[in-house]
Write a protein that binds this ligand. Sequence first.
Ligand code: ADE
Length: 225
Amino acid sequence: MLRIDIISVLPKLIKSPFNASIIKRAIEKKIVEIHFHDLKDYASNKRKQVDDYQFGGGSGMVLMIEPIKNCIDLLKKDRVYKEIIYMTPDAKILNQKIANKLSIGGNLIILCGHYKGVDQRVRDKIITMEISIGDYVLSGGELPAAVLCDSIIRLIPGVLGDETSALSDSFQDGMIAPPVYTRPENFDNMSVPKILMSGNKGKIENWREEKAIERTKKIRPNFFD
Ligand code: ADE
């Protein structure tokens, strides 16, 4: 079973995506185990302080190394982790290849950033991998951590049924998926491509491939580089 430990100053913010649909079912089926840790519980001083002003001056608080190290050391005492991931916008951007790799790699710790960021010594000495979910800045790493977990968990065998197989997703084969249609066949003078109603599996497969290439050229021309 894959175990993911998420460390955050706002664990409340991240819990709800794990309580619905596919991810919830994966947890219930005991395919994945998610544990949330409130960084404040690992603070060393009485005030439960987890952040402080940055040395050298400047606006914004910085997450301190000590509570983070306390929490991660405790987790590492009980099991082995494949990666200790820090969610931050100034990192390599998440893609399907990274999600695939993390879905088969082993237990993960995910640290959510906040405020101005985290003491650089955490990034230098404790973190083994840094991930951004895109070139924009969010208020914290909680939503990015939920995005990362979803992208990983849905790939684990047994999480998705055949009917929603992850193999046919966009990006999985370096292509954007072809368009899909369902009933009704005609709606407001818009009809479904005839070929999909033909029952000819070979022709339908060829059509889907053509459309996938067409869409990829238009939306992600760099995939052909
Ligand atoms: N924290 C704030 N913004 C982020 C982003 N774009 N990706 C990952 N973590 C973040």
